[in-house]
Write a protein that binds this ligand. Structure first.
Ligand code: M6R
Length: 579
């Protein structure tokens, strides 16, 4: 779960690689490094964030370079464990994203052959393995080395005496950008889009020989053709555009994102496969899992089709989905747990759907059908607009299968989401800021909304927050309630309203302050809560979306008050490519 960038062309590689790494910091940000080759390998690598450091382009020269921003898996974040790693003679440098599962075995045998290792990482073995096979041609050496690697890798390799960057991919993303007499390689396309929109998505097993004006791609050592795709995402959308944080910007993009995502076309063959489904299984992690849970409520309510929703990493422990339909919901399309669950469903003859935001991501290579959310690049580690986009696509599926009324309901929602965005969450955030712990409660579809609200809050504020089914709080967690544990209650005027009101009273009777989020004009709710947040008046679906949006803003404002590192919360990375 790291980011890698490579460049070869006519310009100084260093500023390009450094800027590219800054855009990939969402993938990891505990240390970084850059290497160039100009007859010899030059390296700078350090613990810390590249966005907060200064890499002097004059210290490293060369029109060919590679770089890395790290999320530690093997070895603590420090200068030595930072990438690039080099061969014993210092002539070969590599950067790696992924995990080399058999690195201990390789390290033992290379050590016995006389290689000396400096770091605690799994990745360093790759540099030494390539050195072992190097005989004047770095491409051939990489071909030989990758045969020994088990696990996952996106690799970039340079050699002091050759003018080429070698890239190799297995189960970790890697794209190549084709510029004008210059080439880029990167974990995703965001660092490349400023220079070119012609992107090649490497496939598993591909090894690419990248020269300044040409790339040759091999699989099993045989040349293969990989056509470049013209990517629509623009570079501007990956910038903050006047907002203080990417998260804030992404929250504000949601009205458009919702509509663009709802308006996708679902291909006829996909609709036909969906119509055959007597049961649907959804696998996902984190925020995407919550979107999956919400889909279950909608599907069962409108279409009466049973939906099973599993946390992807737990999916293996239950009976597999057999001969039916599986949805893998994943913003990045690279989440290892979700990919593993999807692959196992394929082995059980399931028809698989990927719902993802990233063109060409790994999940799109594995699934039978791909439905793209139209959120655009999401940079903040905390998922916001991608969640709304997933809900929109999932709603589109419900609408397509069994309820055209949704389309009508949705048509008037744009201004209603905009109205929710005007809400000033600061007074409520002031209550949350001083909390020892927070509970988010709801019933029905507002239960997963509350789970998502709690996830957002804990992720970016570091305040312990738990989402609970409102009826479940009395079965244990009541013992935790006190003045320091505010409860955020989602209490909308639907069928569960009367019991929800009772739950709020029970909470109040135990001394916990309540922030009630409910339908506009609900005087009863306003009266019993310590703080009341009215949702703009509209339809049921808009209340679901707006409650989610307001919880995102509440988490955001609380994190601002606490001075947290909002877009890059500690210990996290956006794309979780390890199991
Ligand atoms: O890319 P994915 O949707 O598969 O990612 C799944 C989770 O890692 C992700 O939603 C995570 O929970 C978010 N950072 C939460 O804001």
């Amino acid at each position: 779960m790291c980011g890698i960038v490579g460049y070869i062309g006519r310009r100084n590689a260093v500023p390009l690689v450094v800027e590219g790494l800054k855009r990939l910091e969402y993938r990891g940000y505990d240390s970084f490094g850059v290497a160039t080759a100009d007859g010899r390998i030059n390296i700078i690598k350090k613990q810390g964030r590249i966005s907060e450091s200064c890499v002097d382009p004059l210290l490293l020269k060369g029109c060919m370079g590679i770089g890395h921003t790290r999320w530690a898996t093997h070895g603590v974040p420090n200068d030595v464990n930072a990438h690039p790693h080099t061969s014993c003679n210092g002539d070969i440098a590599i950067v790696h994203n992924g995990i080399i599962e058999n690195y201990s075995e390789i390290k033992r045998s290379l050590t016995a052959e006389g290689h000396t290792f400096l770091s605690d990482t799994d990745s360093e073995v790759v540099a030494h393995l390539i050195e072992k096979y190097y005989n004047g041609d770095i491409l051939q050496a990489v071909f030989s080395a990758v045969l020994h690697l088990k696990g996952s890798y996106a690799l970039l390799v340079i050699c002091s005496s050759e003018k080429r960057v070698i890239a190799a991919r297995k189960s970790s993303p890697l794209v190549i950008g084709e510029g004008d007499a210059e080439m880029f390689a990167s974990s995703d396309m965001t660092p490349v889009l400023e220079y070119t929109r012609k992107i090649i998505f490497l496939e598993d097993g591909d090894v690419a020989d990248i020269r300044d004006s040409k790339v040759t791609i091999y699989n099993n050592k045989e040349p293969v053709e990989r056509k470049s795709e013209l990517v629509e995402w623009d570079f501007e959308s990956a910038k903050k555009g006047g907002f203080d944080h990417f998260m804030q910007k992404e929250i504000f993009e949601q009205p458009d994102v919702f509509f663009n995502s709802f308006n996708i076309e679902i291909p006829e063959k996909a609709v036909a496969d969906l119509k055959k489904a007597s049961q649907i299984t959804v696998v996902a992690c984190g925020t995407s899992y919550h979107a999956g849970m919400m889909f279950r409520y909608m599907m069962e309510k409108y279409c009466k089709i049973p939906v099973r929703v599993e946390i992807a990493s737990e999916y293996m422990n239950f009976n597999p989905c057999k001969n039916s339909v599986m949805f893998a919901v994943t913003q990045s399309g690279e989440t290892a747990d979700t990919l593993a669950a999807l692959r196992s469903a394929k082995n059980e003859n399931c028809i698989t759907f990927a719902i993802t935001n990233v063109l060409g991501s790994s999940v799109t290579r594995s699934a039978d059908h791909v439905l793209y959310t139209r959120a655009g690049p999401e940079i903040s580690v905390a998922a916001t607009k991608s969640f709304t986009a997933q809900l929109a696509v999932l709603l589109k599926i419900v609408s397509c299968l069994c309820n055209d009324d949704i389309e009508v309901e949705i048509s008037g929602m744009h201004p209603v989401i905009e109205e929710a965005l005007l809400y000033d969450a600061e007074p409520a955030a002031l209550i949350c800021r001083d909390a020892a712990s927070l509970f988010f409660i709801g019933r029905g579809i507002f239960y997963p909304v509350s789970l998502e609200g709690a996830l957002k809050m804990k992720e970016i504020t570091y305040i312990h927050a738990e989402g609970y089914a409102a009826g479940e709080l009395k079965h244990g967690p009541f013992s935790l309630l006190c003045e320091e544990t505010p409860v955020i209650a989602l209490c909308i005027k639907d069928d569960s309203y009367p019991v929800m009101m009772s739950n709020i009273k029970e909470v109040k009777a135990r001394g916990a302050p309540v922030i009630g989020i409910g339908s506009a004009g609900d005087i009863d709710l306003e009266e019993i809560c310590d703080f009341y947040i009215p949702l703009p008046k509209s339809s049921e679906i808009s209340e679901i979306i707006n409650a989610s949006v307001i919880l995102q803003m509440l988490a955001y404002k609380t994190a601002v008050l606490l001075g947290r590192d909002i877009d890059k919360p500690r210990n996290l990375a956006k794309s979780v490519t390890v199991i």
